[in-house]
Design a protein. Structure first.
Length: 205
């Protein structure tokens, strides 16, 4: 059976590697592995998000939804050292890598937690409210599952807080934009580059 990056326990044989994350304001070396999202390089959409989005709030709790091995969460934590950053994912292999990467890169203000399943009580840090949400969301889980996922976590933003999402145009960025609007999440496209859209949605009071 084929393993996916959003599976809780990928059955793909492990083969670790390292990838650099080079941005104007930081340099991280991240350990990756097979069975997680984009193990061979920092995904282009993730890079565009990190190069495009304004600095995060410097206080509060910040969320990386679908954190993988940690590039977005670790960038948030470096850019907002007085905030608490939470990375959440279903993939336990990815979470273990993210925790290793936080320690290896000396980033203390970040925690990586498993996404709670149906009926499970979430860790208190996952209940919000969140001062910001950044995500390269798992589009390939399917439209309905994605909509449910986003509706759940966007509802945990503070009033007036922003979520920034990067979505590839040919994987449904524009239809997701419409769905967000129709679902009561005012959304604007704040950047478009290399076939990716950066969408910003704001939690209403």
């Amino acid at each position: 059976m084929t393993s996916h990056y959003f599976d809780p326990d990928p059955n793909t044989p492990s083969r670790t590697a390292t990838v650099p994350l080079l941005l104007p304001d930081l340099h991280l070396t991240l350990t990756t592995d097979r069975g997680v999202f984009s193990p061979d390089r920092i995904d282009l959409g993730t890079r565009i998000l990190l190069e495009t989005v304004p600095p995060p709030p410097d206080r509060g709790t910040l969320l990386d939804l679908g954190c993988g091995y940690g590039p977005i969460a670790l960038t948030l934590a470096r850019r907002a050292p007085h905030a608490t950053v939470v990375g959440v994912d279903t993939n336990r292999r990815a979470l273990a890598l993210a925790r290793h990467n936080a320690e290896a890169n000396a980033v203390p203000n970040v925690r990586f937690l498993p996404a709670p399943g149906p009926g499970e009580t979430p860790d208190p840090l996952l209940r919000g409210p969140f001062a910001a949400l950044w995500s390269n969301p798992p589009i390939r889980i399917g439209k309905q599952a994605l909509h449910t996922l986003l509706a759940t976590w966007l509802s945990r933003l503070e009033a007036g807080a922003h979520a920034h999402l990067v979505v590839q145009k040919n994987l449904g960025a524009d239809s997701l934009h419409r769905w967000l609007e129709e679902s009561g999440h005012p959304t604007e496209r704040v950047a478009s580059r290399a076939g990716y859209r950066i969408l910003r949605t704001t939690r209403q009071p």
